[in-house]
Design a protein around this ligand. Sequence first.
Ligand code: PLP
Length: 378
Amino acid sequence: MSLIRTREESYINLNPLQTGGRTNAEVRLTAASFVDGYSVCDYCKGVLHLIEKPSICELTKDLAEFLGMDEARLTLGCREGKFAVMHALLSVQGAIVVDSNRHYSTYVAVERANGKIYEVENTGYPEYEIRPEAYRWVFEQVLEETKKPPELALLTHVDGDYGNLVDAYEVGKICQEYGVPFLLNAAYTAGRMEVNGKKLLADFVVVSAHKGFGVPGTIGVLAISEKWRERLFRKSIKYPKKDIELLGCTARGGAAACLITALPYVKERVKHWNEEIEKARWFVEKMEALGDIEQLGIKPTKHDLIRLKTPLLNKIAQKDRKKGYFLYHELEKRGITGIKPGQTEWFKLSTYGLTWEQVKYLYGAFEEIKDGNRSATI
Ligand SMILES: *Cc1c(COP(=O)(O)O)cnc(C)c1O
């Protein structure tokens, strides 16, 4: 029996994890032709980032430039990039400062690298904001406890819980002041909006390409500034072309070829980021006007990942025989998916890449559900 997935063809998919990784037809063609194992290794030059056909060597140069950094390598994803930096920089139980809106993989990467986490708290309900100034307080705390500055600081540029964009430049300035290397996690920003690592004073930028660059996974980018080249990309003594922190070669398959195909399209799409924010803001405004619905996170939102607290829908769920699952089913009937089944107290969604017509249709669906007009389907 064939195993086929048609979510992007058959539905409006709202899953924030997936909207920026939606592939276009051209990328799908590349994916199909590079589907075999080690397909990018036909003309291997000894290491992945030097392969000329397909031109992964150009790709890594382009990616470094696109992210405003000096040098880049492919990784297997954002977390592998973070781990490589932490592994290279942290001593055993060395202090690393991270924001409390961080992804779980940030935490796990620190554990694997044997570091010690210090967290920058968010401001709590309803905005859960990370204020750059709070990095200073935690740096001071580390200084007091360990008598030296942290060995690394990480900022989640936009987090996956609230879609909050943090002013990375302000965090970068504080890092410079204390002499702390600055790792920017751009999983939810790079590929959507312009991210220039140097302008944001970052030493390292990590990216998830299957989240933000419209390619299949798993693949990411680690981009660094010149001064860290020796440290991060140190070579094996026995195999002088192989980067130790990357175990030689990382994304050695079709995803790397797909990134070559996708990059020109991504370079174009980041120019239209303002329209994405407009759509997200319009949707939030209309949803809140339904009453008893509140957007959490900073307002007005600066990202397509939207977290809504929805007592309105929860009340309807209590009266429905499907309980919490009613919303999922009502949306599915209307050709909409991507919200976690069973969830009605709050949920996350992303409007990224939808047309205005689709965003309006989406709002219309919620309006109908509120009005109990549940039979009107497409
Ligand atoms: C999605 C996400 C990740 C994980 O990305 P991978 O490429 O799958 O490792 C890491 N950090 C943040 C902030 C994310 O949103």
